[in-house]
Design a binder for this molecule. Structure first.
Ligand SMILES: [Zn+2]
Length: 188
């Protein structure tokens, strides 16, 4: 009997935590899943690239795209629109697709996203093209040959973007980016 009560207590705590997660933060269910997708306004392009580095699907619209167009895209594609534009956010009806960030510095933005949306900065690191958002694929032997000698000799993996034809390999730049993702994730 005691054991049954204990199990019930655990289930009640879990359910309470679950309800708090969705009610307190007023987030749509999809926003808490690892597969959430984003669209960024022009003020948050840098943050958008960090989300791509973490493996998230992030649309970054060209500069000057109107706020309404951004929001339409978010709704049509099930994306979360990230903005720091308080005026824009204030003019719109409250919607689950819009998340207003208060941060100024990029590190603070990474932290704020961890807190507001439980972004996992180690979701699928370096699985997307940082330039165009396309999922990367393993480079062929022929594509490996395009990597400069110095880097190719040290690289353990080379990935290829089938859209913009860029190659990415695990050099020192990627290592520095990975360390920043780990810091944002609270691992180091
Ligand atoms: Zn690309």
């Amino acid at each position: 009997m005691e054991r049954l009560l204990c199990v019930r207590a655990v289930l009640v705590s879990f359910f309470t935590a679950f309800c708090l997660l969705f009610s307190a933060k007023k987030l749509p269910f999809f926003a808490t899943l690892a597969s959430m997708k984003f669209v960024c306004d022009e003020m948050l392009k840098g943050l958008g690239r960090w989300l791509r580095a973490a493996g998230y699907d992030v649309a970054i619209e060209p500069d000057g795209t109107s706020d309404r167009v951004l929001l339409e895209r978010a709704k049509e594609e099930g994306r979360i629109l990230l903005t720091r534009d308080r005026r824009f956010a204030g003019e719109l009806p409250a919607t689950d697709e819009l998340v207003l960030l208060e941060c100024n510095q990029e590190d603070d933005c990474l932290q704020e996203l961890s807190e507001k949306l439980q972004v996992n900065w180690l979701y699928k690191p370096f699985s997307r093209c940082l330039v165009c958002n396309t999922p990367l694929i393993e480079a062929t032997a022929e594509q490996w040959e395009r990597v400069p000698d110095f880097s190719r000799q040290r690289a353990t993996r080379v990935l290829y973007c089938p859209t913009c034809k860029q190659l990415f390999w695990d050099g020192s730049h990627v290592q520095r980016m990975r360390e920043r993702l780990e810091r944002a994730a609270g691992v180091t």
